[in-house]
Design a protein around this ligand. Structure first.
Ligand code: SOE
Length: 381
C-alpha cells in the first residue's frame, strides 16, 4: 500500500489533534512537523514521534510530502496555504481559512486552478449524531424549519488572567469568539438545516476590557493551569461574548450566542432546530445523544447506534452502540474522506468534506456579523 505522506505545520492545541487522527488512517504517514523555528520543530518532532522536523519553507521543498495541514495561528493561514498550493501540495487548513474575504477568495481560486484537494477542518460536521440530524432533516422528519437556536460556550478565557494569541487581533483577526467558535456553529447551522443565512444583526461585548498577559508563552487552554505569576495589563479589542440574530432564506428566524467567559462550560455547542413535525436538539458535550421533541406523543432520546442510524450517519461510526465516540473521531472521519480524494489526485466534483469554499462562506458570514455589530444594524450576507 502506498503511504500518503503528510506534514503538520503548527503544534499548539490543534496540530497534535490532526496528528492523532491521521495516525488512525492506515494509508497515511505523518512524515514531518514544522514550527516557527527549527529548534522547536525538532523538540516537538521528538516529543510526538515524528521522523522529520522542518521550517515551513524547507518542508515545501520535500517532494515526498503530498498533503500539508495548516494548524498555525489564524494570521498565518493565508500566506502558508498560498505557498503550499503554489508548491503543489494538497491542503487541510484550520478554520478560519484566512482573516480577510479577499484572501480566502484568492485561495479558493488558486486551489481550483491547481486542481489540488482543499479542505477546512470543520470537524463538528463529522459527529455521527450531527450527520444523523442532517439526514433525518433531509428525509423530512423535521418538517419545515420554524426556528434555530444555537450557542457555543467555553470558559477557558473566563478569568482576567486567562490569555492566548486568539485575544490579539493581529494574530487572530478582527473577531475572536465569533471567528473562533461561532464559525463552527454557523457552519453547522447551515450544514444541518440546508438553509442559508441571509441577514445578521449582532451585538458583541468585551467583558474583560483589559487582561493580564503572562510574560511567558502559554498554549491554548493551558492558561487555566498557570499560577498568576508575572503579568502585564493589556487592552482587549476582541469580543468575549456575542449574540447574533439570524434571518434564513425560508423566511424564518434564529439566533446564536457565543461566549468564552461562561464558567463551567468547557467547550459546549448546543443547537436546537424546531420544525413543523418535530424538534431536534444536540449538544457537543453529550455527542452520542439527540433529543427529539414531539407535540402529540412522548419525546424521544436517540442514542448513537449504527443499527438505529441512517446509512450515511452509520458510516461515521467506528464502534458499536454504547461505546462512546467523540471529538478525536470527528477529525479522523473528515480526513478519511480528504485522503481518499488525495489518493485520487484531485478535488472531487462534489466533495463530501468541507472545502475552501465553505471556509470562504464562513468568513463572509463572520465579516457581516462584525459589520453588523459595528453599525448596530441588520446586514445582508
Ligand atoms: C479554542 O477556542 C478552540 O480550540 C477552537 O479554536 C476550536 O476550533 C474548538 O475545537 C475548540 O476550541
Amino acid at each position: 500500500m502506498r503511504k500518503i505522506k503528510a506534514a503538520i505545520v503548527g503544534t499548539g492545541f490543534i496540530g497534535p489533534a490532526h496528528l492523532e487522527a491521521l495516525r488512525r488512517i492506515p494509508n497515511v504517514e505523518v512524515k514531518a512537523l514544522c514550527e516557527v523555528n527549527i529548534e522547536l520543530a525538532k523538540e516537538k518532532a521528538t516529543l510526538l514521534g515524528i521522523p522529520q522536523a522542518y521550517t515551513f519553507e524547507e518542508m515545501l521543498k520535500d517532494e515526498e510530502i503530498d498533503v500539508v495541514h495548516i494548524c498555525t495561528p489564524n494570521f498565518l493561514h493565508f500566506s502558508q496555504s498560498k505557498a503550499a498550493l503554489l508548491a503543489g501540495k494538497h491542503l487541510v487548513c484550520e478554520k478560519p481559512l484566512a482573516t480577510k474575504i479577499e484572501e480566502a477568495e484568492e485561495l479558493v481560486a488558486l486551489a481550483k486552478e491547481k486542481g489540488l484537494v482543499n479542505a477546512v477542518h470543520f470537524n463538528l460536521r463529522y459527529y455521527p449524531m450531527v450527520r444523523q440530524m442532517k439526514t433525518m432533516r433531509e428525509s423530512g422528519e423535521l418538517g419545515d424549519i420554524y426556528s434555530i437556536m444555537g450557542s457555543y460556550l467555553q470558559d477557558w478565557l473566563f478569568l482576567q488572567t486567562d490569555y492566548n494569541w486568539r485575544l490579539e487581533p493581529d494574530k487572530s483577526g478582527d473577531s475572536r469568539a465569533i471567528a473562533d467558535i461561532g464559525s463552527h456553529l454557523l457552519d453547522l447551522t447551515e450544514y444541518v438545516t440546508g438553509l442559508k443565512i441571509t441577514e445578521v444583526m449582532a451585538d458583541f461585548s468585551t467583558v474583560h476590557k483589559t487582561r493580564l498577559k503572562p510574560l511567558k508563552a502559554i498554549e491554548t487552554y493551558s492558561g487555566k493551569m498557570l499560577n498568576a505569576a508575572d503579568y502585564e495589563e493589556v487592552a482587549i479589542n476582541t469580543e468575549d461574548h456575542a449574540t447574533v440574530m439570524l434571518r434564513f432564506d425560508n423566511g424564518n428566524k434564529g439566533s446564536v450566542t457565543v461566549s468564552q467567559v461562561n464558567a463551567g462550560r468547557k467547550n459546549r455547542l448546543n443547537i436546537e432546530i424546531a420544525g413543523s413535525k418535530s424538534n431536534f436538539e444536540w449538544c457537543s458535550e453529550k455527542p452520542n445523544e439527540m433529543w427529539i421533541g414531539k407535540r402529540e406523543v412522548a419525546n424521544q432520546q436517540l442514542m448513537k447506534d449504527p443499527a438505529l442510524f441512517t446509512p450515511e450517519a452509520a458510516g461515521l461510526i467506528s464502534f458499536p452502540g454504547g461505546h462512546n465516540e467523540g471529538f478525536p473521531d470527528t477529525s479522523k472521519q473528515l480526513f478519511k474522506e480528504v485522503y481518499a480524494a488525495v489518493l485520487d489526485g484531485k478535488q472531487p466534483d462534489q466533495p463530501t468534506f468541507p472545502t475552501f469554499e465553505d471556509g470562504l462562506r464562513e468568513l463572509l458570514i463572520c465579516e457581516r456579523i462584525i459589520e453588523s455589530h459595528k453599525k448596530q444594524a441588520w446586514v445582508k450576507i
